[in-house]
Design a protein around this ligand. Structure first.
Ligand SMILES: [Zn+2]
Length: 339
């Protein structure tokens, strides 16, 4: 069996604070004299039921980490460490998702907060060799008007180079808010050439996917795993070229499926969906990018199928055609080498 860390791939679903190394969190807590919940200290992956209470516990754990991100230096460190960890796992391209609102109070506003992240992404690209691009994500638990402000900010920094904003997302509890109310924010982002990258179809099923697809016109769906419950919808999503950012460990930790083996990845692939595996929040789920490919291998995917998954992640990325060509050739070389 070939080494999955050597398989060239793109990482398209990773949240800024959720990407943090556990050691970094422990160090930040210690210098802030803050107490961490014992689950963090023991390195246990979060496990919650897929209901409101479960989401609340997830959010509380996430906030524990977020409240320790209070300086420019820490923000830069998180981006760099995410890129270095990705590099060690064979990633060639990281599209990291951030809502700058949370960090704005410590650095003088959402504009400097985003500028810090973008500059850190530029630096991290040079230092890690992984292209780091940024997705600005609005939150479903805040007012849709705030999302429009964020979309205008994202549009201002839109680009296609590493260290620019390449997409606009929508995260947090899928059950919160009316999906159509974020349509205007996504329209602002789309007019600036940004890809539409909302979460959808993880905690909620096919009906939610339909709403997100019709209201927000996704380029890719964050998760979209539950599209698998409606084969006709899945065929339509695949035919429309909407890629799915599938995060198996996250699905299990958030109670969507009981076991990694239950994540219906094979069903998505059988229907021709383009899938990019992602780690989502490795800090909370204690499962990084290569672990997602290992889950796929454990589900019976052979090396040729795993190479095809990696190609899917590269094709679904927003990297330049020349970068994609180079990495796809590297995937072929990985597969051609003796195992
Ligand atoms: Zn996510």
């Amino acid at each position: 069996m070939r080494d999955l860390a050597a398989l060239p791939k793109a990482h398209l679903h990773l949240h800024f604070t959720g990407s943090m190394r556990l050691e970094t969190l422990v160090e930040l807590a210690s210098s802030a004299h803050a107490r961490l919940p014992s689950s963090f200290l023991e390195g246990d992956p979060l496990h919650v039921p897929a209901d409101h209470r479960g989401w609340f516990r997830f959010q509380r754990a996430y906030d524990t980490a977020r409240h320790l991100v209070v300086t420019e230096e820490i923000m830069r460190r998180i981006v760099l460490e995410a890129a270095l960890d990705d590099a060690a796992e064979g990633s060639r391209r990281l599209e990291i998702q951030v809502d700058p609102t949370s960090y704005a109070p410590f650095v003088g506003g959402i504009t400097p907060a985003l500028e810090i992240i973008l500059d850190a992404a530029k630096q991290a690209t040079i230092l890690s060799g992984v292209e780091v691009a940024v997705i600005v994500a609005a939150s479903r638990i805040r007012h849709p008007l705030e999302a429009r402000t964020l979309a205008r900010l994202a549009a201002h920094y839109a680009g296609d180079e590493p260290g620019t904003v390449v997409g606009f997302g929508l995260s947090n509890d899928e059950r919160a808010g009316e999906t159509t109310s974020w349509g205007p924010a996504f329209a602002i982002a789309r007019r600036a050439g940004l890809a539409s990258l909302p979460h959808g179809g993880e905690l909620l099923g096919p009906e939610h996917v339909r709403n997100v697809v019709s209201a927000l016109g996704p380029t890719r769906l964050g998760h979209g795993i539950r599209t698998s419950e409606d084969p006709d919808l899945l065929d339509a999503v695949a035919a429309a070229g909407i890629s799915l950012e599938v995060c198996p460990a996250s699905n299990v930790c958030l109670g969507v499926y009981r076991e990694p083996g239950d994540v219906p990845l094979p069903a998505l692939l059988e229907h021709g969906a383009q899938v990019a595996l992602g780690a989502d929040d490795p800090l909370l789920f204690q499962s990084r990018l290569v672990d997602q490919y290992q889950i796929a291998r454990d589900q019976g995917l052979d090396d040729a199928a795993l190479a095809e998954l990696a190609r899917g992640s590269i094709r679904a990325s927003l990297a330049s055609p020349s970068s994609k060509r180079e990495w796809l050739a590297q995937v072929d070389a990985w597969l051609a080498a003796d195992d």
